[in-house]
Design a binder for this molecule. Sequence first.
Ligand SMILES: Cc1cc2nc3c(=O)[nH]c(=O)nc-3n(C[C@H](O)[C@H](O)[C@H](O)COP(=O)(O)OP(=O)(O)OC[C@H]3O[C@@H](n4cnc5c(N)ncnc54)[C@H](O)[C@@H]3O)c2cc1C
Length: 469
Amino acid sequence: MLKQRYDVIIIGAGPAGIFTALELAERCPDKQVLMVDTGREIAKRVCPARTTGKCVHCTPCAIVHGWAGAGAFSDGKLSLSEEVGGHISDYMSHEEAQALIRRADETYLRFGAPEVVHGLDDRKVDEIAYEASRYNIRLVPCPVRHLGTEHAGEVLRAMHDYLVQQTNTTFAELTTAQRILVRDGRADGVVLQGPDGQTQEVHAPYIVAAPGRGGADWLSEQVKALGLKTRNNEVDIGVRVEVPNSIMDHLTRYLYEAKLVYYADTYENKVRTFCMNPGGVVSEEHYEGGIAVVNGHSYGDAKLRTGNTNFAMLVSTSFTEPFDQPIRYGRYIAQLGNMLTGGPIMVQRLGDLLKGRRTTVSRLARSTTIPTLKTAVPGDLSFVLPPRHLTSIIEALRAFDHIAPGLFSKNTLLYGVEVKFYSSKVLVDTHFETPIQGLYTIGDGAGITRGLMQASVTGIKVADHIAER
Ligand SMILES: Cc1cc2nc3c(=O)[nH]c(=O)nc-3n(C[C@H](O)[C@H](O)[C@H](O)COP(=O)(O)OP(=O)(O)OC[C@H]3O[C@@H](n4cnc5c(N)ncnc54)[C@H](O)[C@@H]3O)c2cc1C
């Protein structure tokens, strides 16, 4: 049974919530902090699809819910630039963002993150950026600390053990925040539903809502009910590209992740590479409602590396009035892909796409790029992606071939659909505080971030603000 009163309640135990708790423990160790999460403690999080390749639709889904949030099974790439992984630079200066990234990075190191940082060879990075600029491609420089899928969970587990064993933090698993309580314009508490289905009111003057993308709809409903304003975010739709390492390794060797941006010739849509995994594997992931979308990851351990590199090529779209349902649009496109394959991810060779024909099992068998996602079904992405997206991706691939020769090849594999939904942005001040005093909204669920590092930074910033009050 939880107490009736705490100093701070944190909703969501992803990186945003964890870093709030870590900083509070550091800055004001006497404060009683309650963290709640719909999912389980990290040691109990098991995703059957990771071993069987089949999603059995667990409730709650172990991939996105529980201690460490969506970061638990992630590839653990910590992007050390504020230009990558979210919008924190809309809320603070470059200097402050860099200082907070350094603080968060030191904390990751303290809990066991590997020392190596990729992309620090400025001379080489400048050379690649210079070469890219000749073809209208922008390279976004971003040093990366790579935890690797096998280490990300360990680091986040060490944070759990420290917080629950050595600080005044209580963690309640399988506990869902149902309603945020406000009294006289101030945060007052949360109605929680525990593992036994019973509800309980718990009070605190500070509430930090960090529910991630898994809890974004819930947060939207809450803030609307409280009369707070939100703004739609963009939706990124595209494919995951897979090629032999030999095509990308002159870039990934120095950068780890080559963040490339190209404005497509026909539609001038922004196309960007995202989540590059040298020696990695393509994976299938499921959103609520059973929608299968493609993703990718790689292991820090050299022995587990494959002969392929994969990365996302995403086309960003911001819809204007009257349309205000970008997430629904993205889900619709992903469902279309699932409908044509009977459920799984679709894969097509670039050569087949350009010839206007589907990839079949026998055509795929002739590919020199061996797919790492064995469950992908060969098909035709032109039946799935809108022409605007498909044309923009093809034009960007052709441009990127100048700096990664061999990328625009018949055997380049395209998996669909990769969709990145971003939650509606809750309108907050520069401390991530809503107009309701003491109520903060942070991380991916508040539409502010899209990655581990920036989510962590939002947690630190909120803890600083609470500590100074
Ligand atoms: C497969 C995958 C790979 C990724 N790889 C990378 C990577 O390499 N690098 C990178 O920077 N980012 C990566 N990301 C993204 C990264 O994991 C997220 O950006 C980050 O976890 C966001 O942190 P967060 O704390 O805002 O939310 P989350 O990590 O999503 O945590 C939110 C938590 O809140 C809980 N919650 C939701 N609603 C409620 C409620 N009502 N009550 C109680 N609890 C609730 C959820 O159960 C969840 O545990 C990856 C994501 C995925 C899915």
